[in-house]
Design a protein around this ligand. Sequence first.
Ligand code: 5AD
Ligand code: SF4
Length: 484
Amino acid sequence: MFNEIDLSQIDLTAAAPAEEPERQYYFMALARTRTEELKKELSRPLTAHIETFGCQMNFKDSEKLQGILEEMGYTLIDTEEADFVIYNTCTVRENANLRVYGRLGYLHSLKKKNPQMMIALCGCMMQEPQVVEKLKTSYSFVDLIFGTHNIYKLPELVSHALEVRGEKRMIIDIWKDTDQIVEDLPSERKYFFKSGVNIMFGCNNFCSYCIVPYVRGRERSREPEAILKEIRSLAADGVVEVMLLGQNVNSYGKTLKNPITFAQLLKEVEKIDGIERIRFMTSHPKDLSDELIQVMAKSRKICHHLHLPLQSGSSRVLKEMNRRYDKEKYLSLVEKIREKIDDISLTTDIIVGFPGETEEDFQETLDVVRKAQYDTAFTFIYSKRSGTPAAAMEDQVPQEVVKDRFDRLLALVQEIGRERSSRFLNTVQEVLVEEKQSSQKGYVTGRMMQNLLVHFPGEESLVGKTVRVKLKECKGFYYIGEQE
Ligand code: 5AD
Ligand code: SF4
């Protein structure tokens, strides 16, 4: 139930509690009163849509936004033809920004047809001052802009936006950084059986090409008790797999009042009944400890998969990138991991065309790819992000050279990926079923501990269950199997 509030009697901010999350629950109730009135006026539900760009962090943030929107009386739908549309943006590469600008034109045309419509933009791109300037001058139909540090304030911001709706005013609330973590707000889940769990926010690494530390702020860890409480409640709600999320999970806990290591946190998560699988991302190679490898090797629940971004195989380029490891250190880490966890699946991120990258540097990258034997590698063309040290570096690599290197890298990565993933052929594996297959009737798709996908004949009722599947055929990046 929500509390009815007579809006005409109230100064929105004066009556609100100062403490969080109570303050936001107050605004949720307030906004709900407003949306109930609007629904009555229109004799229909008020709809909302969230479009998410970018990484797992953003998808997790969008689940929080969705939980809050539902609490405020909105019905979530799958199209942008809604009364309230939020774009949760990414800015890690220039392309991500261009996609958002491209789609804003379409949103404007929808808004002209539906005068009820409100448009909000949030996420990493909004943390860039030049983006906000551009939106103010050229996209004045946007109602609300907020950033990465204050998404928990959505109820308060929407309450204000609902008040001034139709007045052609843009509400902008961007914070440069924060040390605050607000717990216990509502959140929705896309899957009933698995969930991402933030364990930390921000990044302190300042890799020279990367904009993330500027838009996500300084590293801060959640208290272990808050994380464990959330996972216990997810388990009670039927979740069997958790993905612990952070830009660099290996430095988890270092800045807490009572410091704890990531490996210690994993051991605590492992104790929670009902949780069958634990995943995490992302691991920075410079901080991956022997303790973590040991805990992973011993665990029955921690998935044998490590995402270990390489970025470049050239020690010279790695130094320029400020990665704080070199080719030899990376390869010896891979060797150590494979020694202790022989069925590990390794995946990575690689950037091609970092300023000054020579053919020799690129050959070093190919060499590491051959030696590390990744199951999958996400390959990116270097994108210049203004404000980062790399953007000011001379010697940017010509586009056609980068494109040629990118194609060669992709071909190698795919060849190795195909060979690697066939290593489980004819074995029986535990597979957590994730969804009904849309392209092949009567089939479902699941995931092995090593993150490989398996298609096999099965009913939708298997979704969320772990079953044993014999892997009969390898199709490159997935298997066809049969339930045992
Ligand atoms: N250009 C290209 N790729 C980038 N990444 C981060 N910043 C850039 C950039 N400026 C890649 C890195 C990172 C992944 C999430 O995105 O490989 O690991
Ligand atoms: Fe960016 Fe480096 Fe931080 Fe990853 S570790 S988010 S690449 S700065």
